[in-house]
Design a protein around this ligand. Structure first.
Ligand SMILES: [Zn+2]
Length: 43
């Protein structure tokens, strides 16, 4: 099972984030967005 699409917890609110694209995450709870430039820090 590929690990690249594993669920990522939002660092702001702790909810599971949603993949909009493989390198683009959005939190549907608080609206935070992250991409691959943040990857080393967040997931
Ligand atoms: Zn959030």
């Amino acid at each position: 099972m590929p690990e690249r699409m594993e669920p990522v917890k939002c660092p702001k609110c702790g909810k599971d984030m949603t993949y909009i694209q493989p390198c683009h995450l959005r939190c549907m709870s608080c609206g935070a967005e992250y991409d691959c430039s943040d990857k080393g820090v967040l997931w």
